[in-house]
Write a protein that binds this ligand. Structure first.
Ligand code: SF4
Ligand code: SF4
Length: 465
């Protein structure tokens, strides 16, 4: 099998050896309390429970009518103790529902549903009801991803098992331990979208998983109805960061380009993380909403790195020291991988639907170097897999010229961090891009609000005549 790839990117030290062979173990927070953010991807939800309510595991606790939203469910059975803001990934405070586990394990799941006999609309509704969002990082509501705009034909359903971030091994373990569920999830998504080809894509540092996945595909194919009726194969990609980015994966696997500002659907593709595909299968076969999350706990300051599964809402701090034993010298706590993750100010933040790992890094593993002036070496331009000119975008943002930054592709940047990784001047490129994007969006929102106000005033004055 020849490994496919894309142009650009880097190969940082993988640092996956500490956990890649370790099975995922189920652990619980020492406080027996979970803090579940009411919104975890998509449009904002509102709580539908109140303090003192007794809830079951799997019971819906927050929702919204907006199509772009995904409901949130209780991950433990117990009593709602608080509904208040708490620190979450991103170092912001967000509204959370705190539930104290009563240990009863009472569940309130949906009834199982056959994804191959129900209508695609019913299947999409099931995915939404289960609160499914992309577990690979973006937390985009899954039912929205599986509903491409009218006129866009989906040909390929790509399962993203690249897991290109250093340290992280939870997708790898999910493929090793739950291959059948992933294949089932691929087939379900193919039926919903009408995709004719399903491809499970992984980097060649995980080539040993190919026979495991192919065995699961063959087992499905042996029963040529339901999931067995769908054409699914495995493709190896070169180990290269950011291979797991949607645009890079599509380019490597089917050699198509996602247009600037466009969706993967514009290239005839839908990409789903392998963890999400497992959760899709469970939402149908077991009626289980997205309430548990596997993640990697690693980093040089982590005495015993491991892969764990926790109820969503578990505070990372509530795993220390019982589950996470730390060596002296923790320099940085990162939610996610070292390239795209967020450095957190404390460990007291909850695991969310898209938390793929938490890293405890030492000073030797972190680049806490001050930014110095750009030396114009052009390395960032050579390396960017989105074919942008990071140095020019950053220069425009610094000059407060958002139009120029946008012209240079600011909004096409996927914030992979590759340019910052190679920059010899340690220019904090991604930080500049995040600030720039925020400013562009704020400006667009203000402009839309001013336009709406103008239209309303015009309509009122015409009505008064
Ligand atoms: S400009 Fe954006 S997409 Fe390109 S390498 Fe930098 S962070 Fe990645
Ligand atoms: S890599 Fe850094 S120093 Fe080189 S051109 Fe880009 S921003 Fe400037």
């Amino acid at each position: 099998m020849t490994a496919k790839t894309f142009k650009g990117g880097v190969h940082p030290p993988e640092r996956k050896d500490a956990t890649k062979d370790l099975p995922v173990v189920r652990v619980l927070p020492s406080s027996r309390t979970v803090w579940i953010p009411v919104t975890q991807g998509g449009a904002p939800n509102a709580p539908i429970v109140k303090i003192g309510d007794v809830v079951a595991r799997g019971q819906r606790i927050a929702e919204s009518d907006a199509f772009m939203s995904a409901p949130v469910h209780a991950s433990v059975s117990g009593t709602v103790k608080k509904i208040e803001t708490h620190l979450v990934t991103g170092n912001v405070d967000a509204l959370c529902v705190a539930i104290e586990d009563d240990g009863s394990g009472t569940t309130l799941f949906m009834d199982p549903l056959d994804p191959f006999t129900c209508t695609p609309e019913t299947a999409l509704e099931r995915i939404r009801s289960a609160g499914l969002v992309g577990m690979g990082g973006a937390a985009f509501p899954t039912h929205v991803k599986l509903s491409p705009p009218k006129g866009m034909k989906i040909e390929y359903l790509i399962a993203n098992g690249a897991e290109c971030e250093p340290y992280l091994t939870i997708d790898e373990r999910t493929m090793a331990e739950h291959a059948a569920k992933i294949v089932d999830g691929v087939a379900i998504c193919m039926r919903i979208t009408g995709a004719t080809e399903g491809i499970i894509a992984l980097e060649d540092n995980k080539a040993y998983l190919v026979p495991i996945l192919e065995k699961a595909i063959a087992a499905q194919r042996a029963i040529p109805v339901g999931a067995g009726a769908f054409a699914i194969s495995v493709v190896l990609c070169k180990t290269r960061y950011p291979q797991g980015g949607e645009k890079m994966l599509i380019k490597a696997v089917v050699n198509r380009e996602v247009p600037s500002g466009g969706l993967p659907a514009a290239a005839g593709c839908v990409v789903q993380n392998v963890g999400t595909l497992k959760a899709i299968s469970e939402a149908f076969r077991e009626g289980k909403p997205l309430i548990d999350r596997g993640l990697t706990l690693s980093g040089g300051a982590c005495a015993e790195p491991k892969n764990v599964e926790v109820p969503i809402g578990t505070l990372v701090g509530d795993l220390i020291p019982e589950v996470i034993s730390l060596n002296p010298g923790v320099c940085k706590i990162v939610s996610g991988g070292p390239m795209m993750g967020i450095a957190m100010k404390s460990a007291s933040f909850p695991v969310q639907k898209n938390t793929s790992g938490v890293l405890f890094l030492t000073s030797r593993e972190t680049a806490l170097v001050e930014e110095s002036p750009c030396i114009g070496c052009g390395r960032c331009i050579t390396i960017c897999s989105c074919r942008l000119a990071p140095v020019l975008i950053a220069r425009a943002i610094k000059a407060d010229d958002l139009e120029e930054a946008t012209r240079n592709g600011l909004m096409d940047c996927v914030e992979c961090g590759t340019c910052a990784y190679v920059c010899p001047a340690h220019v904090k490129l991604v930080q500049h891009f995040r600030i720039g994007k925020h400013m562009v969006r704020t400006k667009a929102t203000a402009k839309a609000a001013a336009e709406a106000k103008k239209q309303a005033a015009k309509a009122a004055s015409e009505g008064a005549r």
